[in-house]
Design a protein around this ligand. Sequence first.
Ligand code: FES
Length: 312
Amino acid sequence: MQPKLKSKVRCTDREVGEVTKVIVDPLSHEVSHIVVGGNGAGTLERQVPMAQVETVLEDAVQLRASSTDLERFPLLKRDEFVTIKEVEIAHLEDHLHVEPGEVLVPLPELERNVKRRTFFANFTQAIGVLVALPLAVPVLRYLMKPMYAPLDNRWLKIGNAGKIKTEDVGVQFKYKKKVKEAFMLEAEVDKNVWVLKASPAVLEEVYKGKDMDFHDATGRLLWTNKQNVPYVVYSGKCPHLGCGYKWRGHKVLGKVFLCPCHLSIYNAGGKVLDGPAPRSLDPLPIRVAANGDIEIIDMEFKAGTKAQVRIV
Ligand code: FES
């Protein structure tokens, strides 16, 4: 049984308050912690992991800890969480069977500590550069050759358009691609993109009335996506920090692309509706053969920038 909001909370020695909130793991959809608040208004709230819960009854939760031990559990930092109403993860609330109230999902660590993380990353890199400088020249000469290899502009077959049954619905296509990074041996990696059979309104949002050209590193035209061809493909990486995103139902916005990492939301036309993403989803070159086979040029773009900068 899952702990319910407002259930009484008993420690081994006495009753200490009630469940004021529950915290949910957004991936497993399970309750990971209960938040225990005291009996008086303004009493502090503490996060207690489910491992400390011995029994869950209809209207009460029995903890393994004493009331003294309870004070060692961390205080709830409310700004490190969002409610599931704000996140809109499909069916999460149904799965939990909780009464209406505060059900929280943690903001990812990455989101909370961006400044500190960036500082330490830069600091570590600076130390690394100083230490490695005397050794760097011959190694760099060896490494830079593959780094400056031309971008891979091969067409890759990713599947068949017959898989797409409904207009303006994102369908994920998974495929494998051979890559060679720096001095590593060539390896096959799993990749994915999202393809839509787009209505005229969505095509207009993607192409804004113009065909879309793609060029190689020298500026030579590689391919043009025609604005009236109803298939659109988006890179599988979120333009914010490169996470994978999903096609999900949203109670207010309807069907959207949702990135669970920092909750960027995009519509079917790739436009950012909410969240920290700095630009729309990245369309890729696509061509569809008469038999429905879909081919793309697999491109990747720098994450976190407003401008689209190709890196792969
Ligand atoms: S990676 Fe941050 S919102 Fe997608």
